[in-house]
Design a protein around this ligand. Structure first.
Ligand code: F6P
Length: 465
């Protein structure tokens, strides 16, 4: 294989450039050219196919910095509709016009679904990324547990449900233990929780902090490192009576409470508390916008003003209970060491997979208690259910203790290998040296897009069909 393409699709993560760096470093060793496709699949719908060569003369371009968050080649949520065969043919013909013999998509479960029909036309592999940590399987047989139930209210006429599992959950057998981007998002979220605590303590307040993760509770689980009092995850509907009792108990004792909730938390009927309106993004994902606010409304109603007045800690429940979203800060900025290192390894593995002739494979990160972390190739087909769909991984419920509303013993065991040495010395040193650098005040921000733009090339003339 002489020339491969790479694109980054879906929401950005801090580790994308690290993955691309791993791809380019391995490709340089193997003397393979790497073409970066600009803005994910969007580039392939543009007849000019904007692209950039990432390793001219088999050297990485200097803009490719694995310690920078985001992606130097840009990303979008555009995807190739598997029903539209003409679009698929067009995309593949454009890739071939660029001389691309194999494609690496850096993405999550949506991207992996999207590349299934492409893999019937051109070798494609996935290098995973997602802060949500929802690309993977709790055990190899998990896709077989999905069943379809008729649902006339749904657009497709059915909905998917995961049936009761017959597998024993074992941390050593998780497929794709953790995804690039997750560690940094937890680093930011846990830090946010720690910081909000002191305000809650000083002002006798109850803080509800919403973290991302869609329908998967891994980021909320990891935020336990910031020592919130209560964590709510989307996989397990909170018992509101128990929650209120626990909040009151803690508030009596310490005059403040910090609650973390995943944006996808549901009520006992399984309805997302945060889905204020049923809107979706271009890839069809439900936009979750108000879990913390919805939870606040419930606590205000269930605890009431009198409780706070009694303690002279506020005039009303509204005043005492506040919400904050960690928001996109948990998806941006410099990746911490764990993310940088393993993202690069997975990027390099993706190149190996293509060069070895694998198609529709995923470079996964495995963990075994006796061996530590290691990368492997895994057939994407094994992620698919019997109808061919790849589902986002949910956090296994045994990682969470619904009574304590915190990580269970197994949840703690899950987190430890990822986070114990996740922060590099250079991560802290970097902040020390750069955040208050005098030049930050006098110089305008220099965007990587400005430099990459100068390198962008297009398909021209008759080729640009
Ligand atoms: O999938 C990554 C993610 O950050 C989710 O956790 C979140 O729900 C969503 O993307 C937000 O998407 P956007 O940046 O398009 O608002």
């Amino acid at each position: 294989m002489k020339r491969i393409g790479i694109l980054t699709a879906g929401g950005d993560t801090p580790a994308l450039n690290a993955t691309i760096h791993g791809v380019v470093t391995r490709a340089n060793q193997l003397k393979v050219e790497v073409i970066g496709l600009i803005k994910g699949f969007n580039c392939l719908f543009n007849p000019r196919v904007p692209h950039v060569q990432l390793n001219p003369l088999f050297q990485a371009i200097p803009e490719l910095d694995p310690t920078k968050g985001g992606t130097l080649i840009g990303s979008s949520r555009d995807f190739v509709d598997p029903e539209k065969t003409e679009d698929l043919d067009m995309v593949v013909s454009r890739l071939k016009q660029l001389g691309i013999e194999g494609l690496i998509c850096v993405g999550g479960d949506g991207t992996l679904n999207g590349l299934q029909p492409l893999a019937e036309r051109l070798p494609v592999v996935l290098a995973p990324k997602t802060i949500d940590n929802d690309l993977g399987l709790n055990y190899a047989s998990e896709p077989d547990e999905w069943v379809r139930a008729a649902d006339p209210t749904s657009r497709t006429g059915y909905r998917y449900k995961q049936s009761e599992s017959r597998a024993v959950f074992d941390l050593n057998h998780i497929i794709n233990y953790v995804t690039p981007g997750y560690a940094t998002s937890v680093f930011v979220s846990a830090g946010g929780v720690e910081r909000i605590r002191t305000t809650a303590e000083s002002h006798r307040r109850i803080a509800i902090i919403e973290v991302m993760g869609r329908h998967s509770g891994y980021i909320a689980l990891g935020s336990a490192y910031g020592q919130p009092d209560i964590i709510l995850v989307p996989e397990i509907a909170p018992d509101l009576e128990l929650l209120v009792a626990q909040v009151k108990h803690l508030y009596d004792l310490q005059k403040n409470v910090v609650i973390v909730c995943g944006e996808g938390i549901v009520d006992e009927q399984g309805r997302e508390l945060g889905a204020e309106s049923k809107s979706t993004d271009p890839a069809g994902n439900l936009i979750l916008s108000g879990a913390a606010e919805a939870l606040r409304a419930k606590l205000i109603q269930m605890i009431g003003d009198k409780y706070f007045q009694l303690y002279r800690r506020g005039d009303s429940a509204k005043e005492a209970i506040f919400t904050r979203k960690v928001g996109h800060t948990q998806r941006g900025g410099r990746p911490i060491l764990f993310d940088r290192f393993y993202a690069a390894m997975q990027g390099a593995k993706a190149v190996d997979l293509l060069v070895e002739g694998r198609n529709n494979a995923v470079s996964i990160l495995q963990y075994h208690s006796s061996r530590g972390f290691y990368v492997e190739g895994y057939d994407a087909n094994r992620f698919r259910d019997r109808w061919g769909l790849i589902h986002a991984r949910k956090m296994h419920p045994s990682l969470y203790d619904p009574k304590l509303m915190k990580p269970s013993k197994l949840g703690i065991e899950y987190l430890l290998p990822i986070f114990t040495d996740a922060i590099g010395l250079d991560d802290m040193e970097h902040m020390r040296r750069t955040l208050f650098a005098a030049g930050n005040l006098s110089q305008p921000y220099h965007s990587i897009n400005t430099d990459v733009h100068k390198r962008i090339r297009y398909l021209t003339g008759a080729l640009a069909k």
